[in-house]
Write a protein that binds this ligand. Structure first.
Ligand SMILES: [Zn+2]
Length: 144
């Protein structure tokens, strides 16, 4: 079954890669509909805070509540994005993969967030290639 919000996140990640950026995309959905999507913009905007999840949430603009939303990301959310998910009380996170970056699942789950990992081959391949070909840029993004 194709999930349009997850596909929007993957498309955003691919767009970022084409632009010379970091290939991580995200989307916010409500009732199965995409509210907004975004991708990492560290390279494109010189913005270190603009992770995929942050860009998607920024693109979604003001929301009265996030309790009926789902955040999608091609990669497991880092500590910063996890903090934002908790702050906005987003109840469910769907992740493309967590093989190339473990993220903060323990923290999310400890605070009652449902985390679903799709283990999507496209996401794994995209990040493995990127981490191999742009090791320095990847290290910069996760502050390694
Ligand atoms: Zn992040």
């Amino acid at each position: 079954m194709i999930d349009p919000a997850f596909e929007a996140a993957v498309a955003a990640a691919r767009k970022s890669l084409r632009e010379g950026g970091i290939p991580i995309g995200a989307a916010l959905a409500r009732n199965g509909q995409v509210v907004a999507s975004g991708h990492n913009e560290r390279v494109q905007r010189g913005d270190p805070i603009a992770h995929g999840e942050m860009s998607a949430l920024r693109a979604a603009g003001r929301q009265k509540s996030y309790r009926d939303t789902v955040l999608y990301s091609t990669l497991a959310p880092c500590a910063m994005c996890t903090g934002t998910i908790l702050q906005f009380k987003i109840p469910r996170v769907v992740v493309g993969e967590a093989r190339t970056f473990p993220g903060e699942f323990e923290l999310l789950r400890s605070r009652g967030v449902e985390v679903v990992v799709l283990d999507d081959e496209r996401c794994i391949d995209m990040m493995r290639s990127f981490q191999r070909d742009h090791a320095e840029l990847w290290a910069e993004d996760i502050a390694d």
